[in-house]
Ligand binder design. Structure first.
Ligand SMILES: [Zn+2]
Length: 383
């Protein structure tokens, strides 16, 4: 099967982030078996989802991991003009389907090149690392990367994460963490606002503190021009609280996300926020002793990526992609998690992130060809 045929199989499994991915993994497992490749699974506790990794080539150090995720984002409510789970060619050199670009296109390139990887006399190995639940917070990659680290006698050196970058090597990625803060105040008639503590009023103060924090980071010159925007962003995207206009709100909660440039961490910002919350608690408990502010992470934070241009993996990926320019992205991906596990990581894959997560997602056929070419250069390089 060529990359397009494999992609058309992969997109036909409508595996959304959070759902079981066993169906698409059955296809991938069967394909690997057909080519005589053995694999290891890294399932979740319930056995409803699994990551997969395998090695093609000799058990020697210095191999290259090719990483992709098998889940996609929902299509609900989006104005698709074709069936999102059927790869559709309308004759405009693009292939339409959910996941065509993000990022089953890359997985298809890996699988299409597999027969040649198996046939080649590889001197250093290639690994596939396919995960689940990337789209709901990169949940599976840490365990997968750790399993690869401990699961082989040899040590792989590089990881290429095939998120859509139009085949540009990407060496920087922002870290991300989502928090939920809940403020518990005291209820009462709205006229008693000075005698009670409104959870909404206090939430507003905390939210403005967060916005001020972001602005002060910028004012301090904590910027990195590889990213757009070039600073750590803090954003409040959802808030709920109160029951009526004339009732002081007993509870209010809000979600906020922090997207950090290298050098800043969500944990660092959280520590300072927590210190401010502690101050406010102490102050407001003088009015209402039961007052409290609590913050939890909505899901584990995803580390950023900060691969230096002189690291070997950068030279390797530039050569494979036949590109000299390096990029940075502001979206979350699994690259930082592979880097945390000790692999030199770069993001590079076919398709444009601008097409991801939207109605009528597509990948240019030429991008798919570029992806396959990349794989063949890799085979040549390691042979
Ligand atoms: Zn993706």
């Amino acid at each position: 099967m060529n990359a397009q045929q494999i992609l058309s199989k992969l997109v036909s499994y409508p595996v959304l982030g959070g759902q079981s991915n066993l169906s698409i993994m059955e296809f991938i497992k069967g394909y690997l078996e057909d080519h005589g490749v053995t694999y290891q699974l890294v399932p979740n506790e319930e056995g409803t989802k699994t990551s997969l990794h395998c090695r093609i080539g000799p058990a020697v150090d210095g191999g290259v991991i090719l990483s992709g995720h098998t889940d996609v984002v929902p299509v609900k409510g989006q104005p698709w003009t074709t069936d999102p789970f059927e790869l559709t060619d309308i004759g405009d050199d693009k292939l339409y389907a959910r996941g065509s670009c993000d990022m089953k296109g890359f997985v298809a390139c890996c699988l299409a090149a597999l027969p040649d990887m198996v046939k080649a006399e590889l001197k250093r190995p290639i690994y596939f690392a396919f995960s689940y639940d990337e789209e709901i917070g990169c949940l599976a990659a840490p365990e997968l990367a750790a399993a690869i680290n401990t699961g082989y006698e040899e040590t792989p050196q590089y990881a290429i994460i095939g998120e859509p970058t139009m085949m540009q090597p990407v060496v920087g990625q922002k870290g991300i963490c989502i928090f939920k803060t809940t403020v518990s105040g005291s209820e009462g008639h709205s006229s008693r606002i000075k005698q009670e503590v409104s959870a909404i009023h206090e939430s507003m103060r905390l939210i403005l503190w967060l916005e001020d924090k972001m602005n002060s980071l910028i004012a301090e010159g904590r910027t990195d021009d590889r990213f757009t925007p070039n600073h750590t962003s803090i954003h409040i995207g959802k808030i709920s609280g109160g029951i009526a206009p004339n009732v002081i709100a007993q509870e209010c909660s809000f979600f906020w996300d922090v997207r950090t440039i290298p050098g800043d961490t969500p944990e660092g910002i959280f520590e300072q926020f927590k210190a401010y919350c502690d101050e406010r608690e102490e102050e407001l408990r003088k009015i209402f002793p039961g007052f409290s502010i609590s913050t939890e992470t909505d899901h584990p934070s995803v580390p950023g990526l900060d691969t230096h241009h002189d690291q070997e993996v950068v030279g390797l990926v530039k050569e494979l992609a036949a590109r000299e320019d390096l990029g940075a992205v502001s979206y979350a991906a699994e690259a930082g998690q592979f880097a945390d596990e000790g692999f030199e990581a770069v993001i590079c894959g076919p398709g444009d992130i601008a097409q991801a997560h939207r109605a009528n997602e597509f990948i240019h056929k030429a991008q798919l060809d570029e992806g396959v070419l990349f794989m063949h250069r890799l085979i040549e390089k390691l042979s």
